[in-house]
Design a protein around this ligand. Sequence first.
Ligand code: PEP
Ligand code: MN
Length: 299
Amino acid sequence: MEHRVRESWQERFAGTPDVLMSAGRRHTVVQVLDVAVGGDEFITMAGPCSVETESQLMATAHHVRRGGARILRGGAFKPRSSPYAFQGLGLQGLKLLARAREESGLAIVTEVMSECDVPMVAEYADILQIGSRSMENYSLLETAARSGRPILLKRGMVATIADLLRSAQVILDNGNPDVILCERGIRTFETAMRNSFDAAGIALLKQITHLPVIADPSHAAGHRELVPALARIGVAAGADGLLVEVHPNPDKSWSDGEQSLDFAEFDAMMAALGPWIELRSRELGEREAAGVRPMEVAG
Ligand code: PEP
Ligand code: MN
């Protein structure tokens, strides 16, 4: 009788064949305006948790652009832990995001929470964010996919890698190949941080899927002091970019102030990341030159 030592990744994730890397499909590059996510360049997406005011958003957009961000983030529809917390500016927030894109030249990523808001959010956003709390809402995924906009799919806080890949598969099945995965921390028994940052999950995703993977150190950490370290870990794990919360005055922020970096902290983080990003580019180049094959092909 044959003794099977190893289950291949294709077998383990057999339900999501289209998201898996294969000899014919090594990586997907998602083009957003002039930005390529999943290509050689490490892409930073930065901005406030929520769009609050015009001055807050414009100041942040200009600052993060000068600091090297390529995409502006900001929520107009906010899924909050408390139903009594600020729920976002809605359409007014989308209009401010569009103005910030005009002024700064940055592409916009913003969350869509409801199927019926998809057409409106897709009209203003360059990338639709599907939040953690919505990751398994398949009807939202289907509608968002059919808008044709690239999708930033955040891992649910109690979602396994297989669950995340299933949701990505739903988007691909609905005719949209432009999926960017995002690790933002998962719930574990540990409560010292807001979530547990699954760096191994990033490394695994980079080995088994062809989709770009973005690290969100802000929602993983929950505390701004920890954000630069998690960002470094994200780069080292092989992420294609970062999604990070930045606010002109985090202590006055209407949401997620605890984990938001102020401008000086963002600049310091980006400066400290420089050598890590360089190392990443060098390693990517060397791997490409050596023709290193994806894990499931090798295994
Ligand atoms: C956010 O990006 O502000 C957000 C609400 O993220 P998550 O869905 O990961 O909690
Ligand atoms: Mn947030």
